[in-house]
Design a protein around this ligand. Sequence first.
Ligand SMILES: [Zn+2]
Length: 466
Amino acid sequence: MTKPKTTLIRGGTVVLGQTVSQQDVLIQGKRISAVGNLSEYKADVTVDAGGLLVLPGAVDTHVHFNDVFMNTISVHDYYTGTLAAAYGGVTTVVDFSNQKHGEPLIDTLKYKREEAGDLPLVDWGVHPCITDPTPETLDQIPLVIAEGAPSIKCYMTYREDGLYVSPKDLKRIAERLQEAGGMLLVHAEDDEIITKNISDLINAGLTDYVYHTKSKPPESENKAIRQCVEIARETGCRVFVVHMASADGAELVSAARTEGVDAIAETCTHYLVFTEDMLERDDGLKWICSPPLRDQKNQDRLWAGLRDGRISMVTSDDAAYSWEAKLYGVDRFDKCPNGIPGIEPRLNLLYSEGVARGRLSLPRFVEVIASIPAQLFGLAPQKGTLLPGADADIVLFDPHAKWTMNQQTLHMATDYTAYDDIEIRGKILQVFSRGELIIDGDTCLAEKGRGRYLHRQLDLSIRASI
Ligand SMILES: [Zn+2]
């Protein structure tokens, strides 16, 4: 494949910050070099973007590749996962790496480098997850930050899977992160409430999929979020609540922020498009995830929170377990690996359900899928924007196209999809990554191994809104 030196994307509708206007975008090598009226410029390649939206490549900071969990492993690796990402307009992913008990924290990065090898098609980074908060582990926090992984995740549940970290340990981790300039990401669900509910339900013979939701009511999430807020308040560490499903959580986090507490939250695609009613279906296992899907009223409030900034951004929480593994839960909801494969549909769904339905403005859509994740996770100004100097990660998007999303039209590696038979407005036509055309219609042109490790550095002076 020959690499064009210059590519001119002409006459598209460019979303740059709060401005939406018709502009030309010039790519020189791997970067965007100019945005404006460039009609006189003679480039090696000219792409007519008339009638199309020109968007920065999406940034997904919450994916689980090769994730060993609940007696299985996710089927998205650094090839299949980044392939689906590329088709979905995602040019940057940040993956989680769980610390193995008794092993140094720094090895979380080593393992991901080995897994990535010569596979990734798009650029990638890593969040180490602390599972064994010994003094030695805590001493390595500055080390992983220096290696470009300044966002560390902890789980407040999943004790059986060896992931649980107590609130007391969370606070100690937050203190060390605060000193070292890092950020604490938390899976906020209260382990005690959930464990008791699961055992009560199973003992009462209530094993159907719908009881997954009942075992994890909003209060199990809210209680944990309140603890996260207190940890942020007491330590001054930035605390980021991942995959928030509870709309009350948005109130808790944004209220704390108005008091000067550095707490931030994201939600995920599935909480914005599905409700708990999906678990009543015969194939309800597809929608078992944690925190669980909630009701319509809650979903409406999530959209409102996303619109006004109480919720800062949206990720996929891609957790692609095979159907065979999902079936572990066929007789008991608590045995089903929690997670929904979703790395590919996020941009399309947020446009279709958000922008096309008048729930998000075009600039806000770009913020929540690209700009804000890049800013909060130490990837800006290289990623998440079309400003000159940024990597030429660009999505050309037809806002008028209509199509049906289903297993045949998606490219994720799972043998089923939760995003089945959904009418979609708007379609990704081309995707550029560092100036290279990697998706052209139905064809992926990216070579294995072209994706680079992203050395991230947080800018904690960037504050989330509201
Ligand atoms: Zn997750």
